[in-house]
Design a protein around this ligand. Structure first.
Ligand SMILES: NC(=O)c1ccc[n+]([C@@H]2O[C@H](COP(=O)([O-])OP(=O)(O)OC[C@H]3O[C@@H](n4cnc5c(N)ncnc54)[C@H](O)[C@@H]3O)[C@@H](O)[C@H]2O)c1
Length: 479
């Protein structure tokens, strides 16, 4: 596939109609989420585009009007699945195994349109100011706090990540923990490692027929629901949204309902003001005598000193923690009271599984992250689609097709101030605007328009006229 081209930076062409999924608690969607994102343009060899084009019409491969090659810098050993997706687009990809010292990073970032990083590379305002050609950042990980998102948005640089590619890995870990807790597996293993044979059945249970209470029925919670039912568990769940249960899982109306009924309580909520200490002393007391608590969500969701008390009293028979309020930046002997003041007490408890935030750490998740982020980068570079962007509004249009040879996609990232639409449309006035979409997020707005009957000679004028408007942050013209 030939590389995309764009007028001022490097842009490509194909617009789409693909799914827009969000898990925002403010949205009233009623089915458990899916992690599906449409594949990039060119993923199919039967003429379909990755984004949904008009029926039976192949989508047109867009390119930036100034036909520069797309240069991509990938740092920190991005998974090969992701590297291949970018190479298949014809982009010039430089993939490095490690992060770069700041001076070398600045040198390299000046030249590229796309950068892919993981968690070690900090993209600060100072570095991004040097990134004159950069249009998009891919965080090949879950978190994005290593990037100055607001400054990136103010420069019209989109940022993508992969929040849900490891959902299955987390759900599988939880299943293993439920069984391990019910059978006191880690205690028996630890004892035998220390030379003690301790064959017991008291307080050890099958999980079949027990009730699992899932708090947060999103990407992970809903996957877990299916796996747990397959193991013969009854599943109930509580979520701030009303959601359709999978299988025979049943939604309950309050957290306390769930806590009163569940033998195992597994937490899968995001870290927000509302979820801080969601499970504290009162909630632990509401849980059934001899029940189990699992937290693979975020460390702040559980009041850990209260959990220590509840386990010491025997009210809670076991727990699994994968996440902590403070976590070290790297591997080593850091799980001490210096990190969290109660660490020593926690470590002394029986039937407590402690893991170092490995819920999503599998080979499969890494590969899925590579594919998902690269796909988002390709769609943004080639089509300007911002679905899944963490710092720009999510905007999408259906793809331009091959029967629209003289159509052009205009992407105009601008300050969110009154009157911009009018100004832009005055520039576009001599063309038919086939479709247009605009949305804003904070101080930045994103406009996408497909206009027809544009001659190649007009592209430069069009671009320069849009660039000359005061609210402009970045203009891209794909043809
Ligand atoms: N341990 C790990 O390695 C690991 C890996 C991935 C994700 N996570 C964490 O797991 C958690 C869940 O991830 P996800 O991908 O399923 O998220 P998600 O956004 O798909 O689902 C979260 C669900 O929680 C619900 N929710 C929000 N606030 C709530 C509240 N106060 N009470 C009840 N429900 C509430 C939402 O409506 C949503 O359905 C997140 O905290 C995420 O950071 C941990």
């Amino acid at each position: 596939m030939s590389p995309p081209q764009d007028i001022a930076g490097s842009l490509a062409r194909t617009v789409s109609n693909s799914l827009s999924l969000s898990t925002s608690p403010t949205l009233a969607f009623h089915s458990p989420p899916t992690s599906f994102r449409a594949p990039p343009p060119g993923s199919y060899n039967d003429g379909r585009s990755g984004s949904v084009a008009a029926p039976f019409l192949p989508s047109k491969q867009l390119k930036p009007f100034d036909t520069k090659d797309i240069k991509v810098l990938l740092l920190e050993n991005v998974n090969q699945a992701g590297v291949e997706i970018l190479k298949e687009q014809g982009y010039q990809v430089e993939a490095l195994k490690s992060s770069l010292p700041e001076d070398q990073l600045i040198e390299k970032i000046r030249d590229v349109q796309v950068i892919g990083i993981r968690s070690k590379t900090k993209l600060t305002e100072r570095i991004l100011k040097e990134a004159k050609n950069l249009i998009v950042i891919g965080c090949f990980c879950i978190g994005t706090n290593q990037v100055d998102l607001q400054f990136a948005a103010s420069q019209g640089i989109a940022v993508f990540n992969s929040p849900f590619s490891n959902s299955r890995s987390v759900a599988e870990l939880v299943i293993s923990e439920i069984i391990a807790l019910a059978r006191q597996l880690t205690d028996r293993s630890m004892e035998l490692h220390n030379g003690t044979w301790n064959k017991v059945s008291k307080g050890c249970w099958e999980i079949r027929g027990k009730t699992l209470g899932i708090v947060g029925y999103g990407h992970i919670g809903s996957q877990l629901s299916v796996l747990a039912e397959a193991m013969g568990m009854s599943v109930i769940y509580y979520d701030v949204l009303t959601m359709m249960g999978l299988g025979t899982a049943r939604q309950v109306t309050s957290l306390s309902d769930l806590l009163e009924q569940a033998d195992f309580v597994s937490l899968h909520v995001p870290e927000t003001g509302d979820t801080k200490n969601l499970i504290g002393k009162t909630e632990l007391e509401t849980m059934k005598q001899g029940s189990y608590l699992l937290n693979n969500a975020r460390g702040t969701v559980v009041d850990i000193p209260a959990l220590i008390e509840a386990m010491r009293s025997g009210h809670i028979a076991g727990a699994a923690l994968d996440v902590y309020p403070n976590e070290p930046g790297g591997n080593g002997d850091y799980f001490t009271n210096d990190l969290n003041t109660w660490t020593k007490d926690l470590r002394s408890l029986k039937n407590l599984i402690l893991t170092p935030h490995i819920g999503g750490s599998t080979e499969e998740a890494q590969s899925a992250i590579g594919a998902e982020v690269s796909t988002a980068l390709v769609r943004y570079v080639n089509e300007g689609i911002t679905l899944g962007a963490v710092n720009l509004p999510e905007v999408n249009l259906r793809s331009l097709t091959l029967d629209e040879p003289n159509s052009v996609r205009v992407i105009y990232i601008h300050k969110n101030v009154p009157g911009v639409l009018g100004q832009v449309n005055r520039v576009l006035v001599n063309h038919n605007i086939e479709k247009q979409m605009s949305d804003s997020r904070g101080d930045v707005a994103y406009l996408m328009a497909d206009i027809s009957d544009v001659k190649e000679a007009e592209l430069k004028d069009l671009y320069e006229s849009l660039e000359a408007l005061a609210p402009r942050i970045r203009t891209r013209v794909l043809y």
